[in-house]
Design a protein around this ligand. Structure first.
Ligand SMILES: [Zn+2]
Length: 88
């Protein structure tokens, strides 16, 4: 699997996480004593379509993301400039 960006590969359980925070969430115990991996699903994470473990996106965040792709109704029609800079 090719890693990119903030992906974190766990060398112990071979799972890939969306970032350092997600990675740390699946590690339990004390380093050098009983450090181990737990199932990410037990701490609320989900495997996404890219094979990365991470926190699922909240429903309200998804709704916001859905609106980003839509074009807002143009308010500057009729050839008027949309620039807000004032000309001296
Ligand atoms: Zn692990």
């Amino acid at each position: 699997m090719k890693l990119s960006g903030s992906d974190c590969l766990c060398t112990v359980c071979k799972r890939v996480f969306k970032g350092d925070e997600a990675f740390r969430r699946h590690r339990r115990g004390k380093y050098g004593i009983d450090r181990h991996c737990i199932d990410p699903a037990t701490v609320g994470m989900r495997l996404n379509e890219r094979g990365r473990w991470g926190k699922p996106i909240a429903a309200d965040t998804l709704a916001k993301l859905a609106t980003i792709g839509r074009k807002p109704t143009p308010v500057h029609q009729g050839g008027k400039s949309a620039r807000k800079l004032k000309t001296p």
